[in-house]
Unconditional design. Sequence first.
Lengths: 571, 372
Amino acid sequence: MAGRIAAGEVVERPASVVKELVENSLDAGASRIEVELVDGGRSLVKVSDDGEGMDAEDARLAFERHATSKLSRPEDLDRITSYGFRGEALPSIAAVSRVKLVTCPAGAAEGTEVLCEGGEVSAVRPGPARPGTVVWVRDLFFNTPARREAMGSAAAETARAAEVLAALALAAPGVAVSLRSEGNLLWSTPGTGNLLDAVAALFGAAFARGMVPVESLKGPVRVRGLAGLPAVSRRDGRRQHLVVNGRPVTPRLIRTAVERAYRGLLEAGRTPAFVMALEVPPDRVDVNVHPAKTFVRFRDRREVEGAVYHSLRDALERRDLFAGRLAPAAREPGGQEGDIRGGGVEARETGPLWGLPVPGEVPVGPEASSRPDAVDFGALEPLGQVGGLFIAARGPDGLYLVDQHAAHERVLYERLLAAGQRGERAAQVLVAPETLDLGPGEEEALSSSLEVLRETGFDIAPFGGRTVMVRAVPAALAGMSGARLVADFLDRFGREKAPPGKPPESDRMQAARILASCRAAVKGGEALTLEAMGALLRDLAGCAEPRTCPHGRPTVLKLGLDEIRRRFGRS
Amino acid sequence: MKFKVAQEDLAQSLQLVQRAVSPRSPLPVLQGILIETTSDGLALSATDQEIGIRVLCPATVAEEGALVLPSRLGDIVRKIPFGEISFEADAAGNTMDITWERSRFTINGFPAQEFPPLPEPAQAPAYTIAKSELRRMVRQTAFAVSHDDSRPVFTGVLFVFEGERVKFVATDGFRLAVSEGDLVDRQGDIEGEVIVPGRGVSEVSRVLGEEGDGQVKVSVSGNRVFFEGARERVVCRLIEGQFPPFNQVIPKQFVTKLTCRTRDLLDACERASLIARDVGQAVKLEINGSTLVLSASAPELGTVREEVAIESQGDTLEIAFNPRYLIEGLRNIDSEKMTYEFTGPLSPSCMRPADPEEADSFICVVLPMRLA
């Protein structure tokens, strides 16, 4: 049995002691775990829990190597779900320190105390009848001077231990975990089972407000967790936590998928914060790869990457990431997650000053003249650009602000739709075909949308393996990389739903809407000349529904002359 | 620091360097212009760290020194009447007094040491090109540069140095422009390739190509390219990456070839584009013997049909284009007559000057539209 378990030293420093002991506590079903360090853990690491204690026999056996009681048959190795399956943690620790263990099963009349020094059990005697287990590890590496010297300063070792413990606390948000150093409480998680509470306890409430919930079940892989909005992204690559089947592992395992999901959202050099918990059927993941158990090997890596990628995209796209505003879908009450969202970025209200309601909604502003019907887009005269995003324009009856991105999206959308209704597939051929490597899940997305892409004017052909070739793009979208358009499109198609409150859309309409937004996103924030602004306003005037973008957001806000007069006290 | 300078010299020099000032730079010193005295005048420098411009300006220097002044200086100098202006920095080097006639400005500056030094050009490899050629080649390629930054190499102009010749190449994935010219001189490597950002190329043409004759030395050092005229220098960060093999895109054979007056085809395209005004609308070309029929229609606007006199060889052909791509290519054919070769209704077309002596000076490959 022992030979089947990858051997290796697990105790390198106080942080490893913390990790092994706390994992044992979690396996024992503890609901409260307290960790205390003295001198960064070099003098003392104490871990107490209220979990299932051991009887005298088990307590003595716990100090023997590979005496694990958790595995009885070799097949069990394929179904490992508990933490401390390696069964060598306590003996390894005891071999290089002075350990006292006090344990008692619930309901027993008396407990057991075991003393062990340098690996030799020196005493097994009755102890107090307090349910749970307490382990004192003193004088780590007292008998191996080289390793003792290799430890860092007390502060450095405390920081390392805190990091390890935080990862475990995030993996088990239902357990109240606390950390003390030199008698001072550094932090404690409430153990409510809500991951966000644990994050707030560890990293602060402001940080927690920048996280959005992630939840999905794709194939056999369940993903839950929290994804950081761009505002809480970091330069140092920290605040990334991955939990697989309840076990903290290195977040590098999903780095590619996370990077893909955040592509285009973060400035160069910034990394997203996230806490992701994956549940993968035990037979689809190999945890017995590395003695420190921070690595696992997935049987199907693409399946896992796909699940992570899509769940993150779903979570991030529900958000209007930069506007500080909740997207409509996220405003609906969402059960347990409602409070998480509610604690996020504040919802933007239509102000009393500016108001041009979305058609079908009740007007918010006091202005009768702010009704959308009153807008004569053709008569608007651009005055300038505001914030690189909005066009200020003079109308016969007041001042208008036009969202250039939304307006551009609307114009493109109607153009793409109109071309479709005329049965045109006008396409611009590329100088040289562009190739596109499909990512996780994108092959299916492409095969289900190939038809509609071709109807829109794309010329797409397989190019072997997961690569496709783009030879032409819809003429209305010329000027943009074809591969980028297709990649952006596949990102969204199939997962995007029709805007709320709108009639159901055809595939063709959805495709037009998505392509318009991909293209318009590129043009958003672009400096425009007065001439270009005028052209955009004229194009918008020619649209069937100029007042909203295809997603239902308004394209224009109006400040009526009457309102302006009143505001200046001139009415 | 103390000097006298003619208003018109300084105003003109400031106007040239001002384009490299980054008005919104987080480094306040980059919002300014570095003014240094030299042995026979002033050197003015500005950089946004992508592009740097340095211009020499004649002046009478009484006391050496250097100071960074806000770019607003350009506006001030422009408003000062024609004549001599005196500049004098205070002893601490924080402010500059600007006096003329009976008036005085005092401007706050930044110490010159805070200004990042502009890199110095290398001696070789270096290539010398006539200003007029540079100007022409930039004009004939800059229009085809991509504005979509998902493929950075497409946002630049490829310079290919080959012996006595130099080629500029640009493509946005839908058309490709190649302009070729002579080098006046070269030092070092005979062959070389660099990709210069489209914006850099335009600034070079503006700063160095503005007036008449003269020469420009182009040199490459590290990841930067330098352009030096008699008084001006532009340094620009290169785009890293591999430019696509553009020669493969230029058709070697044709199925249909026409020759016509450049002006005739350009005018007809410009008129047709008034109808095919919207993005994605096409102008159709039908080539048959001595006639080219050009047509466009827009459902809401109307239709246009024109005939252009041509000579043609090969098959009859119907082909459609984005009128903008045709117009931008045609405008850059400098000779009276042109040839236009086609390889099929959905494959590359290639326009160039008809005169065999000029035929290599400019080539524009335009990909057609597919109408279904």
